[in-house]
Write a protein that binds this ligand. Structure first.
Ligand code: NDP
Length: 600
């Protein structure tokens, strides 16, 4: 009781409330609830930005390194390999230009939700000055293209090209890359950077195909229909009744623009996001010009340490992401006994989390006029169960007369009719439905990347991973020589994703140059190294198992169904700081331990 009085809330009551909210969202079908964008739904993933496919002859030649994906992962791999002196690089990209997630996600309001000075890679190398603390999507897209130009990656790139199959040709020790443009070229090394959220998904609701109005997914925004551009001004919606399904990080950024443009906007909510303040501001040029060489890596490391629960003397980024750890450290510093056990530390962590989320909920009350709407917009789960959001215009949008929040009490909308969306038994007639329903995460890797991956003896990656992911360092797979996987599976994951991609790229650059220097034609993870890494991943993931099981469902916890398989598919549980150190120590050792090397 005294604890409740001191804190201003009762942890037991909150714990119970979180459990109730999670329980009502749990569903048997988990990941299977979503509808895959194929067959009759494949038009949802067509490229609306690029126009006609430019004709070209199929390629059957050979390159040294092929990189699949032109987003930050591919760009960073390309940049680091160029720095290592490698010239013969070919990139393959489904879109019409570089940019990856920022190529596809051009919805109005798209912006970086991590500070630009740590999110944008290669800032010291390119000399680019982000105009704001949280740079807009269109600037990130332009910056991606600037990186490609600076590192001469336009020289041999295949845009508008979808890989259909990659297979290892044992006779010549080369990968063969086959595409939808008739290509079948060889590559000695293959880097796959397909993106963690590249495959949009539709909600698993009956009737999507029967709807007669207009629809699109946020990652393929239809400006022909809405008018305007990434900055908003959706003038063609002025006489339209629009519904958006989903209230994740994407919807939070585009809802204010839909609210401004549409005659009437209905926001269909299953789970509210946590919305903290954004507090964006232009870059202080005085501060910028006083940065000394090495500042960018130091700032990325500082942010990464703090958001991973580590201790740093200073909080350089100093925003909502790092605040929760600041609160925790403050709590521990006030403790007489600083030698807390792991359980005591976790209990403190939970309290700091409760405090943070109480302030998030109080913010909803302070901003949203209608108390009932405000209540529905309050998230009841721990902050890192879902991607935390930061926005100054999202909550105020619900004070507009033309905006209605349709909360579904955790159940999602009922179905889609010919005329609109049915939720809570009520039919909302709509001219347009926008699907802000996110991307596939827990589904089969090959399904998400959209092509077959066949290693030695024709073994498919799906077969090799039938019981869960199997890698060494998240990068190599036994039986799939000269292949490098970039991503988040079995590797260090950080909220600042490009930072992780940068570390992976440096590591790939090191291994390829070592292979060349030693005249090693083939490099492959040993079966033993792979098994040991899988064991490490699973045992570390167990430390986080309870936290995830207690979370509200979402893609962070396999839609509320953490399993042995999802433990194996997890990232490196000791955190990204420790993982980057594992890679650095491994390189420092210089023995290529765990990799089998064969000379030509
Ligand atoms: P999310 O997966 O986060 O959100 C999908 C939304 O759709 C959720 O609100 C979900 O509800 C809802 N939904 C799914 N099915 C139904 C249904 N049947 N009825 C009603 N609602 C439904 O996708 P986003 O595109 O919003 O974000 C994906 C990720 O992209 C983020 O987590 C973030 O990592 C990244 N991102 C990053 C940005 C950046 O600045 N760096 C900006 C935007 C996105 P529920 O929560 O209940 O599942």
């Amino acid at each position: 009781m005294s604890e409740a009085l001191d804190l201003g809330f009762d942890p037991n009551t909150l714990r119970q409330k979180y459990r109730q909210e999670r329980d009502k969202r749990l569903r048997e079908d988990g990941n299977n609830q979503y509808t895959e964008m194929k067959g009759q739904f494949s038009h949802y993933i067509e490229d609306p930005y690029c126009g006609d496919v430019l004709p070209r002859e199929p390629l059957t030649d050979e390159v040294e390194i092929a990189i699949i994906g032109g987003g930050f992962g591919g760009l960073l791999a390309g940049a680091r390999l160029r720095e290592a002196g490698l010239e013969n690089i070919r990139m393959i990209e489904k879109g019409g230009d570089f940019g990856g997630t920022w190529y596809w996600n051009r919805y109005p309001g798209a912006a970086c939700d991590i500070e630009s000075y740590v999110y944008l890679p290669l800032l010291e190398e390119t000399g680019y000055v982000p105009p704001k603390k949280y740079v807009e999507g269109k600037d990130i897209l332009a910056y991606s293209q600037m990186i490609a130009k600076q590192y001469d990656l336009y020289r041999d790139v295949l845009f508008q090209t979808e890989v259909k199959e990659v297979h290892w040709d044992q006779a010549v020790s080369r990968w063969v890359v086959q595409t939808n443009r008739g290509d079948a070229f060889k590559a000695r090394f293959l880097v796959m950077s397909n993106g963690p959220l590249n495959r949009p998904k539709l909600p698993g609701i009956k009737g999507i195909d029967s709807y007669r109005g207009h629809t699109f997914h946020t990652s393929r925004w239809d400006y022909n229909y809405t008018g305007g551009d990434v900055s908003g001004n959706l003038t063609r919606l002025a006489d339209k009744k629009v519904g958006i399904i989903g209230t994740g990080a994407t919807a939070v950024q585009c809802v204010p623009h839909l609210a401004e443009g549409a005659k009437q906007l209905y926001v269909f909510q299953r789970t509210p996001s946590s919305i903290d303040e954004r507090n964006d501001r232009p870059t202080d040029m005085n501060w910028w010009e006083n940065q000394t060489p090495g500042w960018h890596q130091a700032r990325m490391d500082n942010f990464n340490t703090l958001v991973s629960g580590g201790v740093a003397e200073e909080d350089l980024v100093n925003d909502g992401w790092t605040e929760i750890i600041r609160n925790l450290l403050l709590m521990i510093q006030t403790e007489k006994d600083s030698g807390l056990s792991m359980e005591e530390l976790q209990a403190k962590m939970e309290l700091a989390d409760f405090q943070k989320m109480e302030s998030i909920r109080a913010r909803v009350d302070a901003v949203v006029d209608d108390p009932r709407t405000a209540e529905h917009l309050k998230p009841y789960y721990r902050q890192f169960c879902k991607r935390p959001c930061f926005h100054d215009d999202y909550l105020p949008a619900f004070n507009r007369d033309n905006v209605t929040l349709v909360d579904t009490n955790g159940q999602g909308v009922d179905y889609i009719s010919e005329k609109g969306v049915v939720a809570n038994g009520v039919e909302y007639e709509l001219d347009c439905i926008v699907f802000g329903t996110g991307f596939e995460v827990g589904t089969d890797y090959q399904r998400r990347c959209g092509y077959e991956i066949l290693g030695k003896g024709g073994e498919s990656l799906s077969d090799h991973w039938h019981a869960g992911a199997r890698t060494f360092h998240g990068l190599h797979v036994h039986g799939f020589p000269n292949l490098f996987m970039m991503g988040h599976t079995q590797t260090g994951f950080t909220a600042n994703y490009p930072h992780a991609l940068n570390e992976q790229s440096k590591h790939i650059g090191y291994i390829i140059t070592q292979c060349q220097a030693g005249n090693h034609d083939v490099v492959e993870a040993s079966a033993q190294a792979e098994q040991q890494w899988v064991d490490t991943i699973v045992s570390l993931a167990r430390m986080n198992e309870q936290f995830l099981a207690d979370c509200t469902p979402g893609y962070y916890n396999n839609e509320g169904k953490p399993s042995e398989r999802s433990l194996q598919d997890a990232n490196y549980g000791a955190g990204p700081v420790a993982f980057f150190q594992v890679l650095a120590d491994w390189r420092e050792e210089g023995l290529m331990r765990g990799l089998d090397l064969n000379s030509a």
